[in-house]
Design a protein around this ligand. Structure first.
Ligand code: MRU
Length: 352
């Protein structure tokens, strides 16, 4: 797979997901404002990829800053973080990455050397990127064991290589299972209104030669009832301390339908997607997006002009519908309050 996000001497390069699958092209972000724009416009999207991009944007801002003393650089860095933080509200990986970069800044600032701060920021952003791929491979290893030896697996949105620095979370689990020799076929929800499933999941699985069938979102119930689907695997944008999961709009419906039909519903996500400061999913901020995403298809209106539209980009799946949460540290099961806290606190492997 092509890299989603790349640090270059000219700036941060983003694989332009607005153009996929028709055209494979990169957008160069020459400063941190352009990086923020790339996240806001969804040139890059998916919680872990947003986190990696924000880390690179933060580093780029500090590297390029004309500040001549630490106080001025610190002040400018606060503005850089605020700009990047104001891009998208739901994926907690964005705020996690900015906090990590802030800690790096402060640790390096103790040296009193501006050059050292700039060098360490760049290094840390590259580390966040490299770690993300390693984390996804670990998630894949834990998750692969949960999938059936053969048959269909349903996924929603795109939680693949494109949504991360590489390999993917939910699609990483599927990739790892296929690498283990499992004969899986993927049912990819198209994921209205933004079509991440139809455009992105189908594209990247096709590149890998993993058999994929795109279905419209309202077909998921039909297929889950058919007995053909062995498991559902999705990603997450934010997971509360009690295991409630915010993910792409439509995930909740899939989870309820999976539960009703006795199909296991797995969530694959790095520990950086946990927000243990939130007791439940009710407190997760849900991004509301432009009406035009619902009223228009590729610029063509599909609704009467002036009709009222709602466009929440995410929903929250209550923990009771989640069979397990697969992280790089192991697999959490209910009660999630305890199992997620244990994994976040350094425990590894399966938790009760
Ligand atoms: O609006 P998007 O495309 O950024 O939403 C992406 C999702 O909801 C993904 O499922 C989630 O971020 C997990 S990506 C590994």
């Amino acid at each position: 797979m092509l890299p989603t996000v790349e640090w270059t001497d000219e700036g941060v390069k983003l694989l332009d997901q607005l153009q996929l699958p028709a055209t494979v092209t990169y957008r160069l972000c020459r400063n941190y404002q352009e990086v923020a724009e790339g996240i806001r416009e969804m040139v890059v999207r998916g919680a872990p990829a947003i986190g990696v991009t924000a880390a690179m944007g933060a580093a780029l801002g500090v590297v390029q800053s004309p500040a001549r003393d630490m106080a001025a650089l610190r002040q400018e860095f606060a503005g850089i973080r605020a700009t990047l933080a104001a891009t998208r509200p739901t994926a907690v990986n964005l705020f996690w990455a900015l906090e990590r970069m802030n800690q790096t800044f402060e640790a390096a600032a103790a040296s009193g050397d501006l050059g050292e701060v700039r060098r360490r920021m760049r290094e840390e952003a590259l580390a966040v990127c490299a770690e993300d791929i390693a984390i996804n491979r670990a998630i894949g290893r834990y998750g692969a064991a949960l999938l059936p030896a053969a048959g269909e697996v349903l996924t929603h949105c795109n939680a693949g290589a494109l949504a991360t620095a590489g390999y993917g979370t939910a699609l990483g689990v599927i990739r790892a299972a296929v690498e283990d020799g499992k004969a899986l076929r993927v049912l990819a929800d198209e994921t209205r209104p933004y079509l991440q499933g139809a455009r992105l999941t189908a594209w990247e699985l096709q590149q890998d030669g993993i058999p994929t069938t795109v279905i419209t979102d309202n077909m998921a119930g039909h297929f889950l009832h058919s007995g053909r689907v062995g498991a559902v695997v999705v990603g997450a944008d934010r997971i509360a301390a009690n295991g409630d999961v915010a993910n792409k709009i439509g995930t909740y419906s899939v989870a309820v339908l999976a539960h009703e039909n006795g199909v296991p519903f797995y969530v694959a996500a790095p520990l950086s997607t946990l927000d243990l400061s939130l007791a439940s999913g009710e407190q997760i901020p849900i991004e509301q997006r432009a009406a035009a995403e619902v009223t228009h298809l590729r610029g063509v209106p599909i609704t009467p002009e002036g009709v009222a539209v709602a466009n929440p980009a995410f929903d929250v799946t209550p923990n009771r519908y989640v069979t397990a949460i697969i992280t790089e540290a192991g697999v959490a099961r209910a009660p999630y309050q305890a199992s997620l806290a244990a994994l976040a606190g350094g425990a590894r492997g399966q938790s009760a």
